[in-house]
Write a new protein. Structure first.
Length: 156
């Protein structure tokens, strides 16, 4: 998982941040049991789907969107002019089928995945058998360091 500034520590399916973001940052609460890739693959397995793996380009695209949302302190797929999903995918060199989930306010990975699974459109993206890779990122606004914006980009 990437944070707003793109700093990472270890790679266990994600680059996990344990540091600051724009202001005095916070890390979403993560334990070994909350590894995003493990959680995501448990969800997919429970629905008869194969596993997904992280992808650096998808992570970068997710990070860009999480940063935009935190910067504008606004949730959406098109935050700021000229930054729609398709334009961001092209900019990141991502081609082929892709989808994006965004969220705000969830304190940790498990919570954001739970929220997405309760939303029909987000759930459909997470359970799409065509997707085999994804990237997840988060960012916080400078004026609200405890509020987290999440972005997930899925692709092949």
């Amino acid at each position: 998982m990437l944070n707003r500034n793109g700093f990472g520590l270890s790679r266990r399916g994600f680059l996990i941040l344990a540091g600051a973001v724009l202001g005095a940052g916070v890390m979403p609460a993560l334990s070994a049991a909350d590894d995003p890739t493990t959680l995501f693959n448990q969800i997919r397995k429970a629905h008869g789907l194969g596993p997904v793996a992280t992808d650096a380009r998808l992570e970068e695209a997710a990070l860009y969107q999480a940063r935009r949302m935190a910067s504008f302190d606004e949730i959406g797929h098109s935050v700021g002019w000229g930054n729609g999903f398709v334009a961001r995918l092209r900019k990141a060199g991502i081609h082929g089928p892709a989808a994006e989930n965004v969220a705000a306010g969830q304190p940790d990975t498990r919570s954001v995945f739970d929220a997405w699974m309760k939303s029909p459109g987000h759930r459909r993206n997470m359970l799409d058998p065509e997707f085999s890779h994804y990237g997840l990122a988060w960012a916080t606004p400078e004026n609200r360091p405890n509020y987290i914006y999440w972005a997930m980009v899925l692709g092949r």
